[in-house]
Design a protein around this ligand. Structure first.
Ligand code: PEP
Ligand code: MN
Length: 335
């Protein structure tokens, strides 16, 4: 349920309404926006009499929220959320960011070189996997702890905040200096992992599961937010369909759909969505035009010899070209 408060509502009366609702066991989510102040209630509100609350002097309107996601719901927070990453970098609410880097961190030379190149081309964050979710147990699994160390070295060299994937709760202490923790598609519904990440205050990049609906995805965001961590960024990376010409099918309509349903920032990963380097530019341009808050793009110094996802990785030169197109499209983006 959301309670829309009147402009300039008496603060003492607002506090006493809050205390009364808390005493009945509801969690309260206050959102003070530019236009309106919204009090969001989480809990079983079926026993609350809407008319009684509506009759209060400070209340403009009351509305039940049918959707099962509450904190992630746009009705709870009318303005776009802006997630702050590291020192001063913002994403969402008009702040557009490109996250770029290799699928996997491979060597110091590789990650530092790619970091320098993507930064020069305009990327705001560096990505690089240290724990890799590979379909085959015989494929390269990532450098693990050493991969995170090298990624942090590249951060020190370039100043770029870093994004890397967590696969196991037990590894969380290794992520202390990581700026954004990625939850990969395969772990979108690893609820125990999501609950633990909800206890941190780190920005979480939550990728969409391979075969998950938008509502299921938002419920996973809700798991993180229910723990008090509102710093969630959603990442559309394509879903499984019958189509085999691309690695996945990029669900671009998820961008405007999410814009209505949630206040959380949405980024698009055209690399994992298509699996082909030559498709990254048109899909990056389309995602930008559709109103995404950012992109995640795989870039490698030597794609044919990459230890993972070489076929979809751009060279630094190709990434510069994609950035030029994305920047040209940005003024026309739908919001
Ligand atoms: C990745 O970002 O390298 C990755 C494994 O992505 P996804 O979880 O979307 O497959
Ligand atoms: Mn990858």
């Amino acid at each position: 349920m959301i309670i829309l408060l009147k402009n300039h509502a008496d603060e003492t009366q607002v506090a006493s309404l809050q205390n009364w609702l808390k005493s009945m066991g509801y969690a309260i989510h206050m959102s003070v926006g530019q236009q309106q102040t919204i009090m969001g209630l989480i809990g079983d509100t079926s026993r609350l009499d809407i008319d009684v609350i509506k009759s209060l002097e400070i209340v403009e309107n009351v509305q039940r929220v049918q959707e099962p996601y509450k904190s992630a719901n746009r009705k709870f927070h009318a303005d776009d959320s802006v997630v702050e990453v590291g020192a001063g970098l913002k994403i969402g609410g008009g702040h557009f960011q490109v996250i770029a880097g290799p699928c996997s961190v491979e060597t110091e030379e590789q990650i530092v070189y790619v970091a320098r190149r993507v930064k020069a081309a305009g990327a705001g964050l560096l990505r690089g996997g240290a724990f890799k979710p590979r379909t085959s147990p015989y494929a390269f699994q990532g450098l693990h702890e050493e991969g995170i160390r090298l990624l942090l070295l590249a951060k020190k060299e370039t100043g770029l905040p870093v994004v890397t994937e967590i696969m196991d709760i037990a590894h969380l202490p290794l992520f202390e200096e990581v700026d954004v923790i990625q939850v990969g598609a395969r772990n979108m519904q690893n609820f125990e992992l999501l609950k633990v990440l909800g206890q941190t205050r780190k920005p979480i990049l939550l990728k969409r599961g391979l075969a998950n609906t938008i509502q299921e995805w938002l419920m996973s965001a809700e798991y993180i937010m229910a723990g008090g961590n509102d710093n969630v960024i959603l990442c559309e990376r394509g879903i499984r369909t019958f189509e085999t010409a691309t690695r996945n099918t990029l669900d671009l309509s998820a961008v405007p759909v999410l814009r209505r349903l949630t206040h959380l920032p949405v980024v698009v990963d055209p690399s994992h969505a298509t699996g082909k380097a030559e498709l990254v530019k048109p899909m990056a341009a389309a995602a930008t035009a559709a109103g995404a808050d950012g992109l995640m793009i795989e870039v490698h110094n030597d794609p044919p010899h990459a230890l993972s996802d070489g076929a979809q990785s751009l060279t630094p030169e190709a990434f510069e070209d994609v950035m030029a197109t994305v920047n040209a499209v940005r003024p026309y983006a739908c919001r």
